[in-house]
Design a protein around this ligand. Sequence first.
Ligand SMILES: Cc1cc2nc3c(=O)[nH]c(=O)nc-3n(C[C@H](O)[C@H](O)[C@H](O)COP(=O)(O)OP(=O)(O)OC[C@H]3O[C@@H](n4cnc5c(N)ncnc54)[C@H](O)[C@@H]3O)c2cc1C
Length: 314
Amino acid sequence: MRLTPEQQDEVAGQRGETRETRRATVPALEEILYEPLPVLDRGFIRVVDYMGDDAAIVQAARVSYGRGTRRTSEDQGLINYLLRHRHTTPFEMCEIKYHVKLPIFVARQWIRHRTANVNEYSARYSILDNEFYIPALEHLAAQAATNRQGREKLLDSVAAQQVLDLLRRDAERAYAGYSELLNEDDSGKPIDPTRPGLARELARINLSLGFYTQWYWKTDLHNLMHFLSLRADPHAQYEIRAYAEAMLGTLARWVPMSHAAFLEYRIDAALISATGLAVIRRLLASEPVTQQDSGLSAREWRELMALLGRSPTP
Ligand SMILES: Cc1cc2nc3c(=O)[nH]c(=O)nc-3n(C[C@H](O)[C@H](O)[C@H](O)COP(=O)(O)OP(=O)(O)OC[C@H]3O[C@@H](n4cnc5c(N)ncnc54)[C@H](O)[C@@H]3O)c2cc1C
């Protein structure tokens, strides 16, 4: 189950209410406000609040009081300029708050992003749901030979099924142990009245990294884009990337101009070293250049040739 019945009621209540405001609102984001957007097998993200829009960025950059005094094309140009030249503080004028349900191993990567405000579900106070992440077959791959932080060739169907069976079996066993330690039914009454239950803060320690947790995560647009530039990147682990990609969709709704600039100058752009740039200049001048005389390591050479859509070997 992605949402508990209580959470479903809460979402229905939130989506059923409207309030009048003089603050800037964004209709495309209002459409999905509070609604859970599925991620992985049981996770979700949902936008629960936001402040500001593209105009707030433009306004902060111009430090003016008027809205809509410039043409849209000029606003897009200004936002492009700000992002291109890393003039970042105007983007900090916009904030967004997400409710996220995510496996604990994804949360461990995510929490490394310090420039956000986080409040996590307390497994000292409440009982964790029996929900754990089971990867889809198409994501079960062997350890990559060249990249120690990645996966490579897909497992064949027999091996994949064995992995799934093992993951499910261990998670079910861990949750059964958790329930036994707690010794509580859904209403909080002891299952076995002859023995005491263990405190929730201790009973949880035997659960594994695949179990789901939840948090509220609030950040500003500048730091959100920094997070997405790292976590929507192909180098990021697939599972956190799945969340980043869903969040990119919310960015497109919320601040379409900043989203367009972000794709142009960050996500689909590339950082090229001075030596790499010298290689490109030589290629443009039709000079012969090889990895050996380029000054680049074999890895950097491969990465640059991939960026340029060229074969790494002449
Ligand atoms: C592909 C990938 C692989 C990774 N592998 C590992 C790994 O093997 N082991 C590991 O431990 N981590 C790993 N990380 C995590 C990584 O090292 C960063 O901790 C994480 O991406 C957060 O980045 P950040 O510090 O820029 O973000 P944030 O914490 O959001 O900070 C944003 C920016 O604010 C500034 N800032 C924030 N706090 C401080 C501070 N205290 N001092 C100075 N400046 C600050 C910095 O400029 C920083 O870039 C990996 C990340 C990625 C994307």
